[in-house]
Design a binder for this molecule. Structure first.
Ligand SMILES: [Ca+2]
Ligand SMILES: [Ca+2]
Length: 263
């Protein structure tokens, strides 16, 4: 083989290589099943493609995600390119049981065309929970190329309220406003300053509804002070919370706005 022929062969091999730009698929251990090493966390943001895999097989991208105790998370899939032909197919973004790979949650649509999708969920238990996230079922199936891309993001949606106070003459009122256009289900955790869980509560809030709750209605919170965390299934920022500690004897009030984890 002369030098010219060798170079020609090398170029042909390069051109005929895997039609993918997705490093999670070109790794020796890919992200094509629950053994994926790709673990999402708060603030994760990645761009993937669904280019056809050897076989040919339609690509699937799997992720791990751990939801800490008494907290909530959201995963958003957006930035989809045209040939992915994402639609209302429920299997395009799923949350799966990490042990059994059973689907435990289908996505919801962000907009009317469902080009962007979201999953949001709560872990109301006292232990962290590991799940898988799976992106699959692109409309282009085995015709997908490296140009058929999407973005995936993960964000913790737990709200923190650093202060409530029902000690002395103060009474704390909690305001929960749904600023989103979807119904939000929330789990409220009231903590003593030393981290002991004092009380839990649940609330369903319709779009744009305001709930006003006097925290002393819970006997376990009378005479107590501490903090509040709220796990909910709304979008990041969708639940707007403020606590107001009122002191009737002086007329003073002390506001504590709820906060989301930043980026
Ligand atoms: Ca991929
Ligand atoms: Ca993959």
């Amino acid at each position: 083989m002369n030098k010219t022929t060798f170079l020609g062969l090398a170029l042909a091999l390069v051109v005929a290589g895997p039609a993918t730009a997705d490093v999670w698929d070109t790794a020796t251990e890919s992200d094509n099943d629950s053994n994926t090493d790709n673990e999402l966390m708060h603030g994760s943001e990645q761009v993937h493609d669904l280019s056809v895999q050897a076989g040919p097989l339609a690509d699937q991208d799997w992720y791990r995600i751990t939801t800490p105790a008494q907290s909530s998370f959201e995963v958003v899939m957006d930035g989809t390119t045209g040939d992915l032909n994402v639609s209302f197919d429920e299997s395009q973004l799923d949350r799966l049981d990490a042990a059994t790979s059973a689907v435990i949650q289908d996505h919801s649509c962000v907009g009317s065309a469902c080009f962007s999708k979201r999953l949001s969920w709560r872990n109301t238990t006292a232990s962290a929970v590991l799940d898988n996230i799976r992106v699959s079922a692109a409309g282009c199936t085995t015709a997908c190329t490296a140009a058929d891309q999407y973005r995936i993001r993960a964000q913790e949606t737990t709200v923190g309220v650093s202060r409530f106070n029902n000690a002395g003459a103060q009474i704390t009122v909690l305001f929960s406003q749904n600023v989103s256009d979807v119904t939000i289900n929330g789990n409220y955790f009231y903590w003593a300053a030393n981290g002991t869980l004092l009380q839990t509560g649940t609330l369903t809030i319709n779009p744009h509804q305001l709930n006003v709750f006097v925290t002393t209605l819970f006997p376990a919170l009378q005479g107590q002070g501490g903090s509040i965390t709220i796990a909910h299934d709304g979008p990041y920022g969708g639940l707007n919370v403020k606590s107001v500690a009122l002191e009737p004897s002086t007329g003073f009030s002390f506001d504590t706005p709820g906060t989301y984890k930043g980026f």
